[in-house]
Design a protein around this ligand. Structure first.
Ligand code: ZN
Length: 298
């Protein structure tokens, strides 16, 4: 007849704590921690052991009685990521156990590093201790370590008040009405948009204003992966668009089409904001969207 295995649960616990003496070396280390300092001990060979030991593990010789303050910062020599911290762990969120060689030490100390995510910590990373407010003379007087500050996010905002010249004013007033105004040079017969008062090619005064349609062809474009407040999403496309009848392209956003489908020669039309929302500014054009017509070679 098969017999059931006998099982008994045992718990080894010292309620109130197990009191032990530290000895002079560890005692000094813990006393210094309580004072907010980290010390190591120098070996007969001159190396600095942190945490300090009574005997040099390399030679077995007694260490000297010279204590050396190290750190407080150090370099991670190796680390292991803890995805699910246990109740007794020093942090209640994912963290790393790391071997940290404090500045001035020849050996590494194990401690927790609050790095946010595993990618933020690798061997060679610089870390600094976070001390507890109330220190008692324990390794946990250092709550944990954190990566060195290597970047900051600072808010940036600049406001411009732009006084437009005569030609740009004319152009933007056209945009408010929903038309693109260009200028034709009488000497070289080129049409420039936005409207301008002199020809950039021959220098002649431009007298003739021409109204251009809001359709055109993408001459060249760029896919942008950094967000822009004017763009619908990331990635977005900015393009040089040659309006029908113009001789130089103008820059605008392209929308209504996935970025990877945008191509040179694609036919596009301006997507205007409702007439009631228009102002004399380029904000009247959300972007240019494909018309669906066959591509045009430029
Ligand atoms: Zn000209």
């Amino acid at each position: 007849m098969p017999s059931e295995p006998l099982v008994a649960q045992h718990v080894l616990e010292f309620p109130g704590g197990y009191t032990r003496t530290t000895g002079p070396v560890i005692g000094r280390f813990l006393t210094e921690l309580r004072a907010g300092r980290i010390v190591g001990v120098r070996t007969a060979e001159g190396r600095v052991l942190v945490p300090p030991l009574e005997y040099d593990p390399a030679t077995g010789d007694s260490v000297t009685d010279e204590y050396v303050e190290v750190g407080p910062a150090g370099t991670v020599t190796t680390c292991a990521w803890v995805t699910q911290p246990r109740e007794t762990h020093p942090l209640d969120r994912p963290f790393a156990w790391a071997l940290i060689r404090l500045d001035g030490a020849d050996t590494a100390l194990v401690h927790a590093v609050d790095a946010g995510n595993p990618k933020a910590l690798r061997p060679g990373a610089r870390v600094w201790p976070v001390w507890r407010q109330e220190r008692t003379g324990s390794i946990t007087d250092i709550s944990h370590f954190v990566p060195e500050v290597t970047r900051i996010v600072s808010p940036v905002r600049t406001e411009y008040r732009l006084q437009v010249g005569g030609a740009l004013k004319t152009f933007l007033e056209g945009v408010e009405r929903g038309v693109f105004l260009g200028g034709r040079c009488a000497s070289c017969d080129k049409v420039y948009v936005p409207y301008r008062l002199s020809c950039p090619q021959c220098g002649s005064v431009i007298a003739e204003q021409v109204e251009l349609p809001d359709t055109g062809t993408i001459a060249t474009f760029a896919i942008n992966n950094l967000p822009d407040p004017r763009a619908p999403e990331v990635p977005f496309v900015s393009a040089y668009i040659l309006l029908d009848g113009a001789d130089i392209p103008m820059i605008a956003l392209v929308g209504g089409v996935p970025a990877h489908e945008v191509r040179q020669g694609m036919r596009v039309r301006a997507d205007w904001v409702p007439e009631s929302e228009r102002t004399p500014s380029m904000a009247n054009i959300r972007w240019f969207a494909p018309t669906g017509e066959p591509d045009r070679e430029l």
